[in-house]
Write a protein that binds this ligand. Sequence first.
Ligand code: CTP
Length: 214
Amino acid sequence: LAGKTAIVTSGPTHEPIDPVRYIANRSSGRQGHAIAAALARLGAKVTLVSGPVTIPAPTDVTTVHVERAEEMRDAVIGRLPADIAVFVAAVADWRVATASDQKIKKQPGDAPPALMLTENPDILKTVGHHEKRPTLVIGFAAETQDVENNGRAKLERKGADMIIANDVSPETGVMGGLRNQVKLISKDGVEAWPDMGKDEVADRLAAMIAEKLA
Ligand code: CTP
């Protein structure tokens, strides 16, 4: 992948409720960071746009740290064009419509505050239909049911070349864990990979990307 540029999103996003509270999810960033590192090992110039994670940023990769989905979108769009984009981040689908700029306080006798949510931008979908669309656009699909059909629908809706679907039901241990079992969904059909470490998923995926762009 020498001479090729790649953007990878990874980790969760944090959507503020007030200065001290946020909405988040269980993503660790392990799969996204591993993919960024694997692409770099094959010679690509990689920008990793990462939400808040506790794992270290890979070496030989430019890492941009963001918190919110809107920041992640701006960081990604601002770095186009690129040859490859892989969207691994578990972006929060919703944010609090009007986050409070002061800590929300309990008042005696008050009802709990109601959180009004609004939809976040879909970063993959924006890039999949962008005038500077990368040659290869790959998304993930975090599902807890009907993995293949939901993955196929996302391929179409988001304008991706491939969707990597994984079952994130709690019993699989995928979200936050070290292993993953994925299904690669493209217009050519579905390829199921056996359960393996997230690093191995990343290496195989990077090799496949290199083959497609050769
Ligand atoms: N994604 C994104 N921006 C969003 C939501 C999702 O870029 N606001 C990307 C993810 O990084 C992933 C893909 O879209 O590559 C699918 O994410 P997923 O959470 O599975 O799908 P959603 O579009 O959120 O659909 P749903 O929650 O209804 O399953």
